[in-house]
Write a protein that binds this ligand. Structure first.
Ligand SMILES: *[C@@H]1O[C@H](CO)[C@@H](O)[C@H](O)[C@H]1NC(C)=O
Ligand SMILES: *[C@@H]1O[C@H](CO)[C@@H](O)[C@H](O)[C@H]1NC(C)=O
Ligand SMILES: *[C@@H]1O[C@H](CO)[C@@H](O)[C@H](O)[C@H]1NC(C)=O
Ligand SMILES: *[C@@H]1O[C@H](CO)[C@@H](O)[C@H](O)[C@H]1NC(C)=O
Ligand SMILES: *[C@@H]1O[C@H](CO)[C@@H](O)[C@H](O)[C@H]1NC(C)=O
Ligand SMILES: *[C@@H]1O[C@H](CO)[C@@H](O)[C@H](O)[C@H]1NC(C)=O
Length: 386
């Protein structure tokens, strides 16, 4: 455990737990024992992972020198190669951690090494910052799981971490500082949140306390819409429960849900390093998740007109209401099971997504082949059920 706030930045010897982003060693101990006992829902969730086309050791990586996301008028977009390769590296890393079979680790490492050797930049239009954020935190997670594999040479591990620090991290930081030269409240919360997730995850992967602290500070006290009290900015008490209106509630529900798909990994990765962002500001993430889940389940929620430099939204958006993403097991298991808090709507949403997944939340490839299906790593039933 770490006492981050008591330390000055940069000056401390690293004290990170590894693996210590979305998953820790004790998670794998639990999952292995559940699978040995053929216990549900882990068994069904395991088959969902192992039957995925992204879980095959025969998967071939397609590393690019420059990843393009968003049309810049000259280059074709090619970012699907990155998000698919990450889904494969992650699925292979999980299988190695659970089975100890080196075939999976070798295949995962081959993907990571190929990108570390090839990738020099992320470009496109403003959407390049979404790529730097979403794929930054996902990629760091795959590497964090494999870093202790004795078949992954220490210098290669370092080369991968260096690539993340060189290519992804500067864009994450630049987005916090400049916000692509827009008004600080212009970009919707998910842009800040994905860059926050990436900075925090790269900090742990690269053992850099400064980056980790920068990300945690931004969550509490940043300038943009990702700061938690701007993201979940209006709280209500309804039926004895606190509900929190999200910054994108008046925009559409797909992005509203994406925000919680990012807040979950941010909070869990920090929690696994001893910093409890789930609890921060009276469980503000839970208040927001409950609001989003309740509305998307078809219930009414209170709404207050949202306004920033660009838009005024007088009503909650019905666009994409009922959006399905594999993001609920993480939130429900932490708040409802581990902390014993009232997570009624989060649980109902989890149940709905699990039912649609025939017994488990799926992962990359199970929610469409376009980017939205890869905005989260998924496999939550296997990884987060307690
Ligand atoms: C695929 O799933 C089925 C059950 O749905 C299971 O019997 C089979 O073993 C799985 N295949 C792999 C490779 O895990
Ligand atoms: C990646 O983008 C570049 C520039 O548009 C292009 O030359 C390359 O073929 C792309 N790669 C893929 C796999 O699309
Ligand atoms: C390891 O996994 C590979 C790929 O699924 C399989 O062919 C091989 O039999 C496994 N090895 C062991 C020792 O289980
Ligand atoms: C950690 O990251 C910060 C911010 O980029 C950098 O200034 C510092 O040199 C890094 N520390 C180490 C030990 O690499
Ligand atoms: C929040 O950030 C401002 C500058 O942006 C700084 O003056 C203030 O001390 C910070 N507060 C905390 C609690 O970190
Ligand atoms: C939990 O929240 C639900 C939904 O708002 C509410 O109906 C229920 O009474 C709450 N339970 C407790 C124990 O507060």
């Amino acid at each position: 455990m770490r006492l981050l706030h008591a330390l000055s930045l940069a000056s401390v010897a690293t004290a990170f737990t590894h693996p210590g982003l979305l998953h820790t060693e004790s998670d794998f101990t639990r999952i292995k024992s559940k699978l040995q006992a053929n216990a549900e829902p882990w068994q069904t969730a395991w088959y969902k992972l192992t039957n995925s086309t992204f879980a095959s050791p025969a998967y071939t990586a397609r590393p690019q020198e420059t990843v393009y996301r968003g049309k810049d008028g000259t280059h074709a977009e090619n970012y699907s190669t990155l998000y698919k390769d990450i889904a494969a590296a992650y699925a292979l890393a999980l299988q190695w951690k659970i089975t100890s079979n080196a075939t999976y680790a070798d295949a995962g490492v081959a993907i990571l090494d190929s990108w570390a050797d090839t990738l020099t930049g992320i470009a496109g239009n403003s959407d390049k910052f979404l790529a730097a954020g979403i794929y930054g935190y996902e990629f760091a997670n795959a590497a964090e799981l494999l870093r202790d594999y004795d078949g992954w040479d220490g210098e290669k591990v370092q080369a991968f971490a260096d690539m993340m620090v060189r290519v992804f991290y500067p864009m994450n930081r630049d987005f916090f500082v400049r916000h692509n030269d827009a008004a600080v409240d212009h970009y919707w919360a998910n842009w800040d949140l994905c860059n926050l997730a990436s900075m925090l995850s790269i900090g742990v992967l690269a053992d850099n306390e400064t980056m980790f602290a920068e990300a945690v500070d931004y969550f509490k006290n940043g300038t943009g819409n990702g700061r938690i009290d701007r993201m979940v900015w209006k709280v209500y008490e309804v039926d004895g429960q606190v509900l929190g209106q999200g910054q994108e509630a008046g925009r559409d529900q797909g992005h509203s849900m994406l925000d919680f798909g990012l807040l979950g990994p941010i909070a869990l990765s920090a929690f696994n390093q001893g910093e409890d962002l789930f609890a921060y500001a009276d469980n503000r993430i839970l208040a927001g998740a409950e609001y989003a889940a309740k509305y998307n389940l078809g219930h009414d929620v209170p709404y207050t007109t949202y306004q920033n430099s660009d838009v005024t939204q007088a009503e909650i958006s019905t666009n994409a209401r009922g959006d399905v993403r594999p993001i609920w097991e993480l939130l429900y298991n932490h708040y409802g099971v581990l902390k014993g808090l009232n997570a009624t709507w989060t649980k109902q949403y989890r149940d709905m997504v699990v039912e649609q997944g025939q017994g488990a939340e799926g992962g990359g490839g199970d929610y469409g082949s376009t980017s939205g299906g890869f905005d989260q790593l998924g496999h939550g039933t296997l990884m987060y059920s307690l």
